[in-house]
Write a protein that binds this ligand. Structure first.
Ligand SMILES: [Mg+2]
Length: 224
């Protein structure tokens, strides 16, 4: 069956899915995380950056590593690392046009916090467009790709997985999506550093695209 007929719940990741990886926002968050660790754990910056990467790899998010190993307050951390200059993020009207043609509920599912979502949606002209925002706080700070928050979303919003599609730029985040029964769509942003993750996730990816707006155009035109 064509996706548009089958799907009535559309679940989108935010960063690098609904706006471009090239915007520089990630680099800003990355930098602020390093700074946060250096200041709060009294380390020099190179060591702080090493720890940041280590926790990201071992715990799924740097935050989880900081919570588990150092008792860092998650809301304090999230506030500090999202003190961003959002002026470099702008709307993609082509994408917005396609999003607005999708019928059914639209949700955001992010490992970031809600204020970051609100700030970005404002910049990309999608304020109040989404029905729900499921952020890391609602997920009890358990990040994708752990499967618990996926199950939580299904219960919380009374979702039928068989009529739901999830979009994410990180392939391994779609493994649990597929396992709980969502249709999975990978936005290939060209990350070479994560090729192992991508290889291991391949069989869980129903669709992949390099451009979400072109993919949704095909969906809206009934081509896929
Ligand atoms: Mg993302």
């Amino acid at each position: 069956m064509k996706i548009k007929k089958k799907i009535n719940t559309w679940i989108f990741d935010l960063d690098n899915t609904l706006y471009s990886a090239d915007s520089g926002i990630f680099q800003q968050v990355h930098k602020l995380m390093g700074k946060f660790i250096a200041e709060n754990l009294n380390m020099d910056l190179p060591d702080a950056k090493k720890l940041q990467t280590k926790y990201y790899k071992q715990h799924g998010t740097t935050l989880r590593g900081l919570m588990d190993n150092h008792g860092v307050d998650p809301d304090f951390f999230l506030n500090e690392v999202h003190k961003l200059n959002y002026s470099i993020v702008g709307p993609n009207e082509g994408l917005n046009t396609e999003l607005k043609q999708l019928e059914g509920r639209k949700l955001i599912y992010t490992n970031a916090n809600k204020q970051h979502v609100i700030d970005v949606l404002d910049r990309i002209n999608l304020t109040n467009f989404f029905d729900e925002i499921f952020d890391i706080k609602l997920a009890n700070y358990i990040p994708k790709p752990e499967i618990e928050p996926y199950k939580q979303i299904i219960n919380l919003y009374d979702i039928d997985p068989s009529t739901s599609a999830m979009f994410d730029d990180i392939a391994k985040n779609l493994v649990p999506a597929k396992k709980v029964g969502f249709t999975s769509v990978w936005i290939d942003a060209g990350y070479e550093n994560f090729s192992d993750d991508i290889e291991a996730s391949k069989e869980y990816l129903d669709f992949q695209t390099r451009d979400l707006s072109l993919f949704l155009k095909d969906v809206n035109e009934g081509k896929i």
